[in-house]
Ligand binder design. Sequence first.
Ligand code: SAM
Length: 178
Amino acid sequence: MGDPKRGKIVSKFIKKNFRNVARILSVADGNFVLAKELYDEYKKDKKKRSISPSIVVIDPIITSINVKRMKGSEIAVYKKEFKADSDLECDLIVGLHPDSATGEIIDFAIRKRMQCVVIPCCILGKYGDEYSKQNNHCTLSGWIDILQRRLEKSNFQVSIIQLKFSGANYAIKAIPKK
Ligand SMILES: C[S@@+](CC[C@H](N)C(=O)[O-])C[C@H]1O[C@@H](n2cnc3c(N)ncnc32)[C@H](O)[C@@H]1O
């Protein structure tokens, strides 16, 4: 069970850093922990210093109760696995504790020259499985290093920011260099 504050804190971080995005793709967010907060966070900006982006969620596991909760809230939902070769459009891709979607998000960002924010947790999936196999003592910081290096090699400006919630709380923020 993750810190219940994580969705709100990540959404505030995203809004502070990305004011004018039209479409945010929130990967591995089948419980809407982040999408719901993102939606509220941008909507409540009454002074309209930022635009209200449309939010798209993609996750193979989405419960009907959550879909019901999202009705009318303008959050689009794709109930399927996300892959790096996805043709979904966005101008920011985010992943909060995206498990085996982590490496896919990073490779999608690299392929599309897309800004991204990823808060990794489990060391799984593309690059993660290989890292775990080759090392007896995998760490979250080692996993973040691998992802950071991959982005930097592809000419992204990368920052690692510790967010104020408990558990896996390091955000990788990556912006493609011109
Ligand atoms: C640890 S849960 C985190 C869920 C949510 N982001 C949160 O913070 O509570 C990991 C989620 O990743 C999803 N997931 C795993 N692989 C995925 C993939 N390739 N594409 C989309 N979602 C994926 C799972 O279905 C699950 O909902």
